[in-house]
Design a binder for this molecule. Structure first.
Ligand code: AHR
Length: 503
């Protein structure tokens, strides 16, 4: 199989916001309790109750931002339940995720502590569904106010005299669903009410956008009606929203199971993933009608693979195979290619839930193939996204009687000073591809150094287990300066490659 990849060095798309490599952690299953927080008295090594092994692993992939406390959980979360002495915190019911008892031991202070340990900016999702503008403005004041207000003093009494400076605040989660099944116009009116009371804190606010699964909702009901209502009798220039959140999970009946899938199911899953690009174009185009200067950023604050093995009863736990790693790679490439449109993206979720970076079982911990993709891709953060043209064969497959196809190769490119960073994925199950790599520039390009790492695994169904935690991990490839000069790079079957070229 032959592929031609042209990187147009002179055609700059925009700066890759590091936040597109963001994460999401919810009070769901074993994400927070057991996955991140084990308590100070645990036999599992921890820092103030937070697992040391998870912190060390996450720091390595430079997580820029972490969204919390949900998800659906956010619209039933009352922040005061999670502050003060832990033994005095109320026990509440996690109504969305199995009706389990929430002891509130991981609250605002513990979340900020975790973010600081891993080096991520906190992103807090406010409660709109069952909360109030007062509860929201008080939470922001508690976190961010530096003066002598009663709430700021209370934060000090609880151990943090300095403000947390939380920049990102979501105005509810999935308001079209578990946030209260709102109508987009009613939600837009509510957002204006919230903004009236929180805009004075100069924070970055993110309103709930559409559900990517439903194209009709996506284009008409939610985006257009939200913005139409938002602008009515309102001064967006004074009380703006800064971000608008789209959720799009890769799932569907034709994708098979987490580790058990056929070849057509494998390709169907990746083809469905590639639809993320259409969602971004459609939502941004609809937003552009109201926000032509793109002052409001498109935030994809929940995305990832969701297999049938992940259900409420097991806390949305699923295995994470090489196929999931390719899902991550395809999505991240889309975000990098659309750096002018996507300002943040948060994979769901960090530990033990859905497309997790990390899985834990008591004191054991492993990193997943998807984690390795984040490690491979981190050099894109803050680079300048470049136009990339990929000319490759289409892979045809049959799914439920339908003839479908998907391009064999996907990728993205970014530039930092004189270093080009290129990520390329060959999804073919059995064929490697030889890439004719063209670096198109008005300047003469003299390649000085080239290094590459790749992730593939022995089979697309392979995954890291507690018995074999390193079954899938990246390795250096033999790609050299000569290969790049000769314009010849090989991508093995079902592999993700990250190539750094210095000139
Ligand atoms: O990530 C799991 C759930 O998926 C979130 O709680 C919700 O927002 C979404 O539907």
């Amino acid at each position: 199989m032959r592929t031609k990849v042209t990187v147009v060095i002179d055609e700059k798309i925009g700066t890759v916001n590091p936040n597109i490599f963001g994460h999401f952690a919810e009070h769901l299953g074993r994400c927070i309790y057991g996955g991140i927080y084990v308590g100070e008295d645990s036999y599992i090594p921890n820092t103030r109750g937070i697992r040391n092994d998870v912190v060390t692993a996450l720091k390595k992939i430079s997580p820029p931002v972490l969204r919390w406390p949900g998800g659906c959980f956010a619209d039933d979360y009352h922040w005061r339940d999670g502050i003060g002495r832990r033994d005095k915190r109320p026990k509440t019911i996690n109504i969305h995720w199995g009706g389990v008892i929430e002891n509130n031991h991981f609250g605002t202070h513990e979340f900020i502590d975790f973010c600081r340990l891993i080096g991520a900016e906190p992103y807090i999702c406010l409660n709109v569904g069952s909360g109030s503008p007062k509860e929201a403005r008080d939470w922001i004041e508690y976190c961010n106010f530096s003066g002598g207000s009663t709430l700021a003093r209370e934060r000090g009494v609880n151990g943090a005299s300095e403000p947390f400076k939380v920049k990102y605040w979501g105005i509810g989660n999935e308001l079209w669903g578990c946030g209260g099944y709102w109508d987009p116009r009613a939600y837009a009116t509510e957002v204006k009410r919230y903004l009236t009371f929180i805009h004075g804190f100069s924070v970055f606010t993110i309103a709930c956008g559409p559900r990517g699964d439903n194209l009709f909702e996506l284009r008409r009901d939610w985006v257009l009606e939200f913005f139409e209502e938002f602008e009515r009798r309102h001064h967006p220039q004074f009380f703006p929203i800064d971000g608008f959140a789209l959720h799009f999970y890769t799932r569907g009946p034709r994708a098979g199971g987490d580790t058990n899938f056929s070849h057509p199911e494998y390709y169907w899953m990746l083809r469905r993933t590639s639809e993320m690009e259409d969602r971004i174009l459609q939502v941004r185009a609809a937003m552009d009608a109201y926000d032509p200067q793109r002052k409001v950023g498109l935030v994809i604050d929940e995305w990832g693979s969701w297999h049938p093995q992940a259900h409420k009863e097991n806390g949305l736990w699923q295995e994470n195979t090489v196929r999931d790693a390719l899902v991550a790679a395809l999505n991240l490439d889309i975000f990098v290619r659309h750096a002018d449109k996507v300002s943040m993206a948060n994979i769901a979720q960090t530990v033990n839930v859905l497309q997790a970076m990390i899985l834990t079982n008591e004191e054991k911990m492993l990193v997943t193939p998807s984690y390795h993709v984040y490690d491979l891709y981190k050099e894109h953060q803050s680079g300048t996204s470049l136009r990339i043209l990929i000319d490759c064969p289409e892979i045809g497959f049959r799914s439920e009687g339908e003839e479908l196809s998907i391009p064999a190769v996907s990728g993205s490119a970014s530039l930092k000073d004189n270093t080009l960073f290129l990520t390329l994925t060959n999804i073919s199950l059995n064929e490697e591809t030889e890439v004719d790599l063209v670096l198109l520039s008005s300047d003469v390009i003299k390649v000085k150094r080239a290094v590459a790492r790749e992730l593939r695994g022995s089979d697309v169904r392979s995954y890291n287990s507690f018995d074999e935690p390193d079954a899938v991990k990246p390795k250096m490839t033999g790609i050299s300066v000569k290969d790049v000069q000769r314009r010849k790079v090989t991508l093995p079957a079902h592999s993700v490659s990250a190539i750094q070229i210095e000139f």
